[in-house]
Ligand binder design. Structure first.
Ligand SMILES: [Zn+2]
Length: 202
C-alpha cells in the first residue's frame, strides 16, 4: 500500500529548515491536524492541480497528495518539485503519522487550523466577547490567529491532538538516536485547545 512513496520525495527530511507542506484539495483534514501540530501546511478545498503546483513552487512547499497521476507530471519527475504520495485508505491520524514520520516533523506551537496563520497570545479581556463565560473562568491562555482572527484556547481540540503530538515528539527523539526531545518548542507546546469563535454564539 505504500508503493513508490519514497521515490517522490526529493527532500531528505534531514535539513534543519522546517518542511512546508501543500496539501491537495482532498487533504483538508490532514492539513488541519498538521497545523495544530505546528506544521506549516497550506490547503484550499477548490484548488486545481496546476494551481497547487504553482503555489507549491512559489512557496517552496512539498506537495502531499493521494493522487498518483498528479506526481506523473514532469515538474515532479524532474525533481523540480518535491511530493509525497499519501497512501489511499489511511485514517486521518495515520495520515498524520505517515507524513510526520516521512519528514521527521517536529511538533511546534499550533498554527490556526482554519487558515494556517500564526497564533498570538491575547489577554482574557480581548476575547471576552467570543469565549463562553465558563471557559473564560478556567482557561488561562488564549490565542488569536493573526490572519483570520479565530480565537483558540485550551480545550477539546488541542487536547485531542495532544497525545499524537507527544507520540510524534517521542518518535522524532527515537529517530535522532534516543535523545529526549526538547519538549517540543519552547512555548508550552501542548496544544490543548480548541477553537472558539463565531462571536456571540449563544
Ligand atoms: Zn486563521
Amino acid at each position: 500500500m505504500q508503493t513508490g512513496k519514497d521515490q517522490l520525495a526529493s527532500t531528505d527530511g534531514a535539513s534543519s529548515r522546517p518542511v512546508r507542506i501543500a496539501c491537495d484539495a482532498m487533504a483538508g483534514g490532514l492539513a488541519r491536524w498538521l497545523r495544530l501540530l505546528g506544521i506549516d501546511a497550506s490547503y484550499s478545498p477548490a484548488i486545481a492541480d496546476q494551481e497547487l503546483v504553482d503555489h507549491a513552487l512559489a512557496e517552496k512547499r512539498v506537495v502531499v497528495s493521494s493522487d498518483h497521476k498528479l506526481f506523473e507530471r514532469r515538474v515532479f519527475t524532474s525533481g523540480e518539485l518535491a511530493g509525497l504520495l499519501l497512501p489511499v485508505g489511511l485514517k486521518l491520524p495515520d495520515q498524520v503519522r505517515f507524513v510526520a514520520r516521512h519528514f521527521k516533523l517536529e511538533p511546534g506551537f499550533p498554527r490556526c487550523a482554519l487558515c494556517n496563520g500564526k497564533l498570538q497570545p491575547v489577554s482574557r479581556a480581548e476575547v471576552a466577547d467570543v469565549v463562553p463565560a465558563r471557559s473564560l473562568i478556567w482557561v488561562k491562555e488564549f490565542y488569536r490567529c493573526q490572519d483570520c482572527a479565530h480565537v483558540y484556547w485550551e480545550g477539546t481540540h488541542w487536547r485531542r491532538i495532544g497525545s499524537l503530538r507527544q507520540e510524534l515528539a517521542e518518535l522524532l527523539a527515537g529517530q535522532r538516536g534516543g535523545r529526549p526531545s526538547s519538549a517540543a518548542n519552547g512555548a508550552e507546546a501542548h496544544p490543548g485547545s480548541a477553537s472558539a469563535t463565531q462571536r456571540g454564539q449563544p
